[in-house]
Ligand binder design. Structure first.
Ligand SMILES: C[S@@+](CC[C@H](N)C(=O)[O-])C[C@H]1O[C@@H](n2cnc3c(N)ncnc32)[C@H](O)[C@@H]1O
Length: 419
């Protein structure tokens, strides 16, 4: 196919069509004049979407086997077998589009990213390419942020431009799953919560939820299995020293208590959570030391006083990924005993892994980024997978403003010092 017209909208349509028919020469030639990140104004489809969605109409050479779970493989990609040549052509176009600036997490009119489409259609290799592109884009995006800080920052307008240009994971907002912008891409319009607003907000405690004054879920009882398994992994024996950042509903702290720790420090910043802790007599529990305030203010004092731990858990609310990264890059090294732990081989650090948890592709990208950042900070990370039940069916979200978790698997990280 030849790009014969200079009409911009026709050129956009031509590129989308060429991508959808896997016409490599046409895509290559059109990319000389049309940016890879264009979208069809009506459908929101980008050339990347079109290329991947073309498999919607192609019959798999081998249908998925009955043993494949309906939700997909353990990695969450539905398993199909498509014709090899077809897949190779598509992969080549996807590669070309990414090299020319295609945005990995752009939403189409149906609210799907190219990665969502690839996953839905069982295109494992292409899904992997999207995840890799996401990791590259996010790393570049965060490095650029660092350069901007070094260069003295930039105006808000310039920052917004960069967000658009690089398609930051959540339009440039990188928050954990319980933070209302997490995993939300361009079309979502839920209000965001920042740390300062949250810490001023009123809270509602019920049997199975802790909500802020806008009904955002701060903590929910369905996470109990995650907390239970985390506690088993990081505090496997009695008489160890544990630090928990973020008390919430006290689920993990209750489990830590059952393990008879030698000392049990808790950092908590929200006045209403602290009041609730007083009502529940947390100050009188064995080994418990409560630090009232934000971890950002408390942790430097603990480091200065040489207080060491065998296990550290980090699970806050309304903070972004940079807060978590700061915590493990700057402070864990001063708090986790390298000769600690149940076997004396070093303490263990874990955190609530909820980044991007309302969209599998974002969750996978963030999993890789955090693992790389942890490695750079001196940690080896192991991941354990925990099944999450269908939370819609069990009515967990009734009365909660936003489903911050939509995935069927939780990836539990445990981090130890390298070597
Ligand atoms: C998701 S909850 C923790 C849930 C807890 N893991 C459990 O098992 O119930 C987050 C907690 O972190 C607290 N928090 C948020 N930002 C904080 C900060 N900067 N420093 C300390 N605590 C913070 C919140 O007030 C909230 O109690």
């Amino acid at each position: 196919m030849e790009a014969t017209s200079s009409d911009p909208s026709l050129l956009v349509q031509s590129l989308i069509l060429a991508a959808s028919t896997h016409d490599l020469p046409a895509v290559r030639s059109l990319l000389l004049t049309v940016p890879a990140k264009v979208r069809d104004p009506e459908t929101g489809i980008t050339p990347l979407h079109a290329c991947i969605a073309s498999f919607e109409s192609s019959t798999p050479a081998t249908p998925s086997t009955p043993s494949n779970p309906p939700n997909g493989t353990s990695d969450g990609v539905n398993s199909h077998t498509y014709r090899k040549e077809e897949l190779e052509d598509a992969a080549e176009i996807v590669r070309l589009l990414f090299r020319n600036g295609a945005i990995w997490n752009e939403l189409d009119g149906k609210g799907e990213t190219p990665g969502c489409v690839a996953r839905r259609l069982g295109l494992e290799e292409i899904y992997g390419m999207v995840v890799e592109a996401g990791v590259r884009a996010e790393l570049l995006f965060s490095r650029l942020g660092e350069y901007q800080v070094l260069a003295g920052g930039e105006s808000e307008e310039e920052e917004e431009d960069d967000d658009e240009e690089y398609g930051g994971i959540n339009g440039g907002v990188e928050e954990d799953a319980r933070s209302p912008q997490d995993g939300q891409l361009a079309t979502d319009n839920t209000a965001d919560v920042n740390s300062a607003d949250y810490l001023r907000s009123g809270l509602t405690f019920t049997e199975d939820k802790l909500l802020d004054d806008e009904s955002n879920g701060v903590m929910m009882a369905w996470e109990k299995d995650i907390m239970q398994r985390t506690a088993e992994l990081i505090l496997p024996a009695p008489n160890l020293r544990v630090l928990n950042v973020g008390h919430g509903m006290g689920i993990i702290d209750t489990i830590f208590q059952e393990k008879n720790p030698a000392s049990h420090h808790i950092i908590e910043a929200h006045p209403s959570v602290l009041d609730q802790m007083r009502r529940e007599n947390w100050h009188d529990k064995p080994g418990v030391v409560i630090h009232e305030g934000r971890w950002q203010d408390v942790v430097p004092i603990l480091v200065d006083s040489n207080t060491m731990f065998d296990a550290i858990y980090f699970d806050t609310f309304a903070e972004d990924y940079t807060a978590l990264k700061d915590f493990f890059s700057e402070y864990v090294i001063g708090l986790l005993d390298p000769a600690g732990g149940s076997d004396g081989n070093g303490g263990v650090f874990a955190f609530f892994n909820g980044l991007g948890a309302d969209r599998q592709v974002c969750y996978d990208v963030y999993g890789k980024i955090s693992e790389m950042d942890l490695f750079q900070a001196g940690f080896d990370t192991e991941w354990e997978t925990i099944d999450i039940p269908d939370l819609d069916r069990t009515g967990e979200w009734d009365g909660v403003r936003r489903r911050y978790w939509t995935l069927s698997k939780y990836k539990l990280p445990t981090c130890r010092f390298i070597g």
